[in-house]
Ligand binder design. Structure first.
Ligand code: SAH
Length: 223
């Protein structure tokens, strides 16, 4: 006999497989990233009432005015972060804006050795921990409740820094905490319009590339 829970689970697996097919069609080519997205049960990270939409290509409300990024955004940001180097050579990654922890779970599924993620709202920080524990993807992730503008100077330098909320200017502390050879991916709010940027730190300085339009919640500056 098929019980309700099993039927649901099959439905989610099918929807997740379709999401991955769609991501491929949208230009996500890195196999490791597609595999990570195929392995993480995204529906666990969204509120129960919204679970049926967890695999649609849309952002969803997380509560407290925040959103979980749409699957394509998570995939393209991850692909950009690791575009220049093998994923294995990226040992230490810092994420700003943990939210529900889905992006953190993708980094964990990619087997990044040290993942740090900062969230300023304690209820979301706690929920992300719960979610990551529920899918058994908390092992390498260190979740911090605090101000992402400041980064984590004691843990720097980072091979990659990813912002999932948009500041109006690139936070200086985060540029300083990027390793030489490291890469930052972030949305920047330029007078109400957001663009996704990639910033590479080289021995000679910073190289900045604008990638595409973006839509993120603001990075709140409490300073
Ligand atoms: N990466 C998340 C996206 C969450 S939305 C996911 O996968 O779902 C962005 C998050 O950034 C929100 O939870 C918001 O509270 C948080 N945020 C905004 N300003 C911040 C700041 N200064 N420091 C840390 N987190 C911040």
């Amino acid at each position: 006999m098929i019980v309700g829970k099993d039927v649901d689970w099959t439905g989610f697996e099918l929807r997740r497989a379709r999401m991955v097919t769609r991501l491929r069609q949208m230009g996500i080519t890195r196999e490791e990233i597609l595999q990570a997205m195929a392995s993480v049960p995204r529906h666990v990270f969204v509120e129960e009432a919204l679970r049926s939409r967890a695999y649609d290509d849309m952002s969803l409300p997380l509560g407290m005015g925040q959103t979980i990024s749409q699957p394509y955004t998570v995939a393209i940001m991850t692909q950009l972060l690791f575009a220049k180097r093998s994923i294995e050579s990226n040992q230490r990654i810092l994420e700003i804006g943990t939210g529900c922890g889905y992006q953190t779970a993708i980094l964990q599924a990619l087997k990044i050795r040290e993942i740090y993620s900062i969230e300023r709202l304690r209820p979301l920080h706690e929920r992300a921990k719960q979610n990551l524990r529920a899918v058994r993807l908390l092992a390498q992730a260190r979740l911090v409740c605090g101000d992402g503008y400041l980064g984590l100077p004691n843990e720097a330098p980072f091979d990659g820094i990813m912002l999932t909320a948009a500041p109006k200017e690139v936070p200086l502390a985060l540029l300083q905490q990027l390793a030489v050879g490291g890469r930052m991916v972030l949305p920047l709010d330029e007078g109400g319009v957001q663009f996704l940027w990639v910033i590479d730190k080289t021995a000679k300085g910073f190289q900045e590339t604008c990638v595409q339009k973006a839509l993120f919640v603001p990075l709140i500056n409490d300073n």
